[in-house]
Ligand binder design. Structure first.
Ligand code: NAP
Length: 249
């Protein structure tokens, strides 16, 4: 049986969902010679040489390297190039190819329907969300602490003035605010909504976050990041198994 090594690169990995998820997947499929390891790297300099030396067939990428890996790769697929962030890499014939499975994963978890969206954060996750919203023709703005640095971004104050008047509103938290261990933090103070509001927090630990608890208490619909987390892992696996993932319009 073929031996294949996969893994996750990041800075501080601690307890990883991905390692458990892939180890269980390999066991279920009887892939006894497949492994998934965690690699805490101080930087991504020399990434290609490192990955080839480790004999990896592919790896996932997490904070803070989803953007930084791009110059180290030989190629990007269409979605990763459009998003401008990579969370999955395939290695074929000594070439490193970057993919983004956060965007299709987020898109698959979105319900249908027109709404106005505000995406808090401007990092890799926010870009993946924005790409998915564009594919669905959903109008959105980024919300940033430094809006002057980002196209299409407004400040949190501007969001507070603008957002609540929309009858169908989607608010996405694509910042790490509220994530374990800072569980008492929230990126946004909420007010009672006039229309239909969905608050989607990409954070999955804890679930619910303070943001989602406060939204639910005000009668808003809420969604955590768990379904997206599972889907992005599943889509990485499909890529490594050479299956098309695509993104639905
Ligand atoms: P990131 O690059 O570290 O941060 C994203 C953005 O959040 C930053 O660009 C920044 O935007 C804003 N931000 C950072 N610290 C902040 C603070 N203290 N206060 C307010 N805003 C702050 O993270 P990321 O990789 O994009 O991920 C964001 C979140 O999504 C994380 O919690 C991650 O776990 C989650 N995520 C979940 C999934 C999933 O499958 N569920 C997938 C990917 C990511 P500004 O500087 O412009 O304000």
């Amino acid at each position: 049986m073929e031996i294949k090594h996969f893994g996750l690169i990041g800075c501080r990995l601690g307890h990883s969902f991905s390692q458990e998820w892939f180890s269980r997947k390999f066991a279920e499929l009887g892939l006894k010679k497949y492994s998934y390891e965690l690699f805490e790297l101080p930087s991504v300099d020399g990434l290609k040489e490192w990955a080839l030396r480790m004999g990896l067939s592919g790896f996932n990428v997490t904070v803070p390297y989803k953007l930084a890996v791009i110059p180290q790769l030989d190629e990007l697929d269409e979605v990763a190039a459009s998003v401008g962030a990579v969370n999955c890499v395939t290695i074929e014939n000594e070439r490193l190819i970057g993919h983004n499975t956060d965007a299709p994963a987020f898109q698959q978890t979105l319900d249908e329907g027109e709404r106005k969206a505000f995406v808090m954060g401007t990092g890799g996750a926010a870009r993946a969300v924005a790409y998915a919203l564009e594919q669905r023709n959903i109008d959105y703005k980024f919300v940033s602490r430094t809006p002057e640095k980002h196209p299409r971004a407004i400040s949190y104050d501007e969001m507070r003035q603008e957002a609540w008047k929309h009858p169908r509103l989607l608010i996405v938290n694509a910042t790490p605010v509220g994530m374990y261990p800072e569980v008492d933090s929230t990126p946004l103070g909420l007010q009672a909504p006039e229309g239909d509001v969905l608050v989607y927090d990409l954070i999955y630990n804890p679930s619910p976050t303070r943001l989602l608890r406060e939204a639910a208490a005000l009668g808003m619909r809420t969604k955590d990041g768990l379904e997206m987390l599972h889907l992005q892992a599943d889509l990485s696996w499909k890529i490594w198994e050479n299956k098309e993932i695509g993104i639905k319009n």
